[in-house]
Write a protein that binds this ligand. Sequence first.
Ligand SMILES: Nc1ncnc2c1ncn2[C@@H]1O[C@H](COP(=O)(O)OP(=O)(O)OP(=O)(O)O)[C@@H](O)[C@H]1O
Length: 235
Amino acid sequence: MIEITGLTKYHGGRAAIQDVSFAVRPGRVTGFLGPNGAGKSSTLRILLGLDRADAGSALIGGRPYRELRDPLRTVGSLLEGSGAHRSRTARAHLGWVAHSNGIPKRRVGEVLEQVGLADAAGRRVGGFSLGMGQRLGMAAALLGEPAVLVLDEPVNGLDPDGIRWIRRLLREYAADGRTVLLSSHLMSEMAETADDLVVISAGRVIAAGPLAEVTAGHASLEEAFFALTDAASGR
Ligand SMILES: Nc1ncnc2c1ncn2[C@@H]1O[C@H](COP(=O)(O)OP(=O)(O)OP(=O)(O)O)[C@@H](O)[C@H]1O
């Protein structure tokens, strides 16, 4: 369970997000949508303890990220870039992440297999394509078998096969009773994957609820998205 309450963050006197509140329930895939600059990354960075809020709270299983005892075993995350050192191999990178988080070494081979990088495990990360980098990031997110996944644009750079793989993985994860929050700009993909939606625009939540409710009265998620965001920006 993720609970975000009254979250506010200023950058240089301007509010990047203002009074953002929503909950992400277990057993569901929740999509986080918004135009460029709406405040998605700002929200996710605070949720993952990479930034501090000026007001409000962001809790994972009832605690702020920084107070989690075993963060990688509690929440797996994917933000921009895999964070891997370019000269390291995929296996070495994951081995280091596992070691520094008390995760058994056997998980490295398991996640490499799971994300389809087993054959590239011994290659240097610097030579990876964008999609391979995303797969490596997913491998790191899955390493600690966390009950919560937070993913910023996970399908960015993936080929159709990779996109289908992520969709199935996230659906299975949620079906297992786990909590999944993901952002994406791909509306049709989001409509296929998400159970619930949170739509943010200009730093404020403008719609939240089950996919069917948010899209009610519109021909597609894309149409609902434009209607909501246009209305919010007064267009
Ligand atoms: N470190 C920062 N310094 C100054 N302004 C920032 C900083 N981070 C974010 N902002 C501003 O806060 C607002 C929200 O940005 P954020 O990156 O959270 O949006 P986003 O929804 O993730 O956008 P995108 O879809 O483009 O990734 C934007 O106006 C952005 O310019």
